[in-house]
Design a protein around this ligand. Structure first.
Ligand code: GDP
Ligand code: IMO
Ligand code: MG
Length: 434
């Protein structure tokens, strides 16, 4: 069986936890898009693992964990992450890196930083990991791929040409001083030495991961495509231009993971019971008051990758309905119900008022979205500690009613409820009835 997991909101929905739980049944786990802009948290046996590019299935011995064709790999950062994973006593034997994955180079980091600076107040709020500039080179067909990196002759030639081109680009776009201040990061010998040393460490993980996935599926094994980012950060489906440069929707697994759409058996969306966003961009249900601050602290809403405080707001069912539609979701996992405990009232946005009508479908353009004001339904809160709940009947009636309403509004079955960060603090459900 092939299962696709996708973030149903704006990233940080608790994908790491769900991937780790579902990976218990998987033979192969695949990351197919994005890079170390992702930050996935897995909490197990009191230990917290923060993963960026290493797939969240890595904690299971014997599971093959693929960094797929559509990923972008910063090899220096990946090695640091691998060292941390190893220091925790976890084996990396199952790791595989696809030959086709593009390499994040120092000039991508420099360009990401300088582009954001140049945009001033109009910046995107990227993670500054060089993700966008790396995907730009890929689309321009000048990128350096993992295959190139592990072949020193190919790498040397490509690197020399790219450093010359990027120097011209940086000087032209941002000025001579901007280049001079960062020239030491872009020195040929330094970059060549650091990257070939990284390549020597990574070459043993090189593989064609599309073959691994295909053969595993043919042999009746379980494959789990783990999501990164979220639906509204998708380059096409998201709140453009406030998006990432890859395709976190389930369709992205086909294009960027190398499997045909007919092979995916189920598509599971992951959401939390409220909304967060890190970085700039529209956010209709954002809360600027003490309730937003309460959610931020109760939910520990600080970025795993950048440490930035996440913007917090009520659950937006227009977004979830959209995620159900564009990802073809067959089920949804709802995390962080426990974070809402203690709030007197809980709100969920059921539609937007654009000044003339009620909008139920997420607008295609952010200028339309900016006209929208959320229309809320209000629910009574609960005060009981739910962090030890293991079934629906352990939850207060108010919490069950809230879940049942969500399910009905989005037209997608809830299949899992999260009540805490630990691996054990989630339980499966077969839909929720009030
Ligand atoms: P990801 O990027 O989707 O993997 O999510 P992050 O790891 O960036 O952020 C999710 C945060 O919520 C992490 O700190 C998780 O440990 C935590 N988390 C996940 N599920 C739950 C839950 O059900 N309840 C609570 N309180 N925290 C959770
Ligand atoms: P996980 O997998 C939340 C956001 C950035 C920024 C925008 C573009 O942990 O859910 P980029 O560096 O990708 O060019 O930044 O996308 N972003 C994320 N937000 N979670 C993520 O990943 C994100 N990855 C990128 O904050 O707004
Ligand atoms: Mg995250």
């Amino acid at each position: 069986m092939i299962t696709a997991l996708a973030g149903a909101q704006l990233g940080d929905e608790g994908k790491g936890k769900i991937i780790d739980i579902m990976a218990a049944q998987a033979d192969v786990v695949v990351r197919a898009t994005g890079g170390n802009n992702a930050g996935h948290t897995v909490v197990s046996d009191g230990k917290t693992y923060k993963l960026h590019l290493v797939p969240s299935g890595i904690l299971y011995k014997g599971t093959v964990c693929c960094i797929g064709p559509g990923c972008v790999v910063d090899p220096l950062s990946l090695i640091r992450e691998m060292d941390e994973v190893c220091a925790n006593g976890t084996s990396l034997d199952g790791l595989r890196i696809d030959y086709r994955a593009h390499i994040v180079m120092p000039y991508h980091l420099v360009i990401d930083e300088l582009s954001e600076l140049a945009k001033g107040a109009g910046d995107i709020g990227t993670t500054k990991k060089g993700i966008g500039p790396c995907y730009m080179d890929k689309a321009e067909r000048v990128g350096i791929r993992f295959y190139d990196l592990i072949h020193p002759d190919i790498f040397a030639e490509k690197l020399r040409g790219m450093l010359e081109n990027k120097k011209k680009y940086i000087v032209g776009m941002f000025g001579q001083k901007a280049y001079d201040d960062r020239a030491s990061l872009l020195d040929y010998d330094t970059v060549y030495a650091a990257y070939t040393a990284a390549a020597e460490k990574l070459v043993k993980y090189a593989a064609d991961t599309t073959v691994i996935v295909y053969e595993a599926n043919k042999a009746g094994k379980n494959v789990l495509f783990e999501g990164a980012q979220g639906t509204l950060l998708d380059l096409d489906m998201g709140t453009y231009p406030y998006v990432t440069s890859s395709h976190p929707v389930t369709g992205g697994f086909c294009v960027s993971g190398g499997i045909g759409p007919t092979l995916i058996d189920r598509c599971i969306g992951i959401a939390k019971c409220y909304t967060t966003r890190v970085g700039k961009g529209p956010f209709p249900t954002e809360l600027f008051d003490e309730t937003g601050a309460y959610i931020r602290e109760a939910g520990a809403e600080y970025g795993v990758t950048t440490g930035r405080a996440r913007r917090c707001g009520w659950l937006d069912l227009v977004i979830l309905r959209y995620a159900v539609r564009v990802n073809g979701l067959t089920g949804i996992a709802l995390n962080k119900l426990d974070t809402l405990t203690g709030l007197k009232e809980i709100k969920a946005c059921v539609g937007y008022d654009d000044g003339t009508k009620t909008v139920r479908d997420f607008p295609a353009d952010i200028r339309e979205l900016e006209k929208c004001r959320p229309v809320y339904k209000t629910f009574p809160g609960w005060t009981e500690d739910i962090t030890k709940a293991t079934k629906l009947s352990d939850l207060p009636a108010a919490a069950v009613d809230y879940l049942a309403f969500i399910q009905k509004e989005i037209g997608c079955k809830i299949i899992l409820v999260g009540v805490g960060p630990d691996r054990t603090q989630s339980f499966p459900v077969d839909g929720v009835e009030a």
